[in-house]
Design a protein around this ligand. Sequence first.
Ligand code: ADE
Length: 237
Amino acid sequence: MKIDVLTIFPEYFDSIFEFGIIRRAKLAEIVEINVHDIREYATDKHKMVDDRPFGGGDGMVLKVEPLFAAIENLTGTSDRDAYPAGTRVVLLTPQGKPLKQADAQNYADDAKHIVMICGRYEGVDERVTEALVTDEISIGDYVLSGGEPAAAVFVDTLVRLLPGALGSDTSAENDSFSDGLLDCPHYTRPAEFRGMKVPEVLLNGNHAEIEKWRHEKALEKTRSVRKDLLIGENGDM
Ligand code: ADE
C-alpha cells in the first residue's frame, strides 16, 4: 500500500512512523509512506496555503489551489471519478464518518493508494471536498487542532492490518473490536507481584478453558464500558 500525507506541518511526522510495526512494515516494503508539505504546491509568491473564510468568521481555511495541484500530482488527475482503481483521497475532519475497525479493514483489503489530507484551522475549501475527496473520516467525537494526529492514528490502524505487518498472522484477529468485543486482560511474568496473582486458569495450560475465560472477560469488559458494541442494529443485546 502507498500512503501520501498532505500537511502544512510535515515536521509533525518526522519520527511518528519510525517505530515498531510501522517502521518494520516500511522496511519490509509492505507500505510506503510519504509526507508532503502542502506549501510546496502553493502557486502565489507568498506561498499561501490558507486564507480568511468568505462571509467572515474566525480562523483560516485551507486554500483550494495548492490542494488541487498536490492531488493532481499524486493521483494523476483532478477528476475524482478518474482516479486509478484502489485510490482513495481521505480528508481527516471532525465532520467525517467515525472510523471503525471494520472500515480500517476494508481500506487494508481494498485500497492500494491512500492520499490523506490533514485539515487545519476552520477547515478546507469545500470545493476540494466536493471534487477530490472520496472519504471524510473522523477519529472520534472531539475536535483536534488539525488532522495530523488523526492521520497518524489512521495510518497506524491501517498498517497493522496489512498482510505480513504483524509478527503473527493471528494477532490482529484477537484485537479489540475485530470480533465486536473489547479485548480480554493480559498478564505476563511474574505470576505473582506484591500479592497480586495472575488468574489461575491462565497458568494451567488448558487451552479450551483459557479461551472460554478470555471470551467471558472480553464480554464482561465490553458490557461494563462499551454496552453500545453489544447492541445489534435493531437494538437487541
Ligand atoms: N481534525 C480535527 N478533529 C478531528 C477529528 N476528530 N478526526 C479527524 N480529523 C480531525
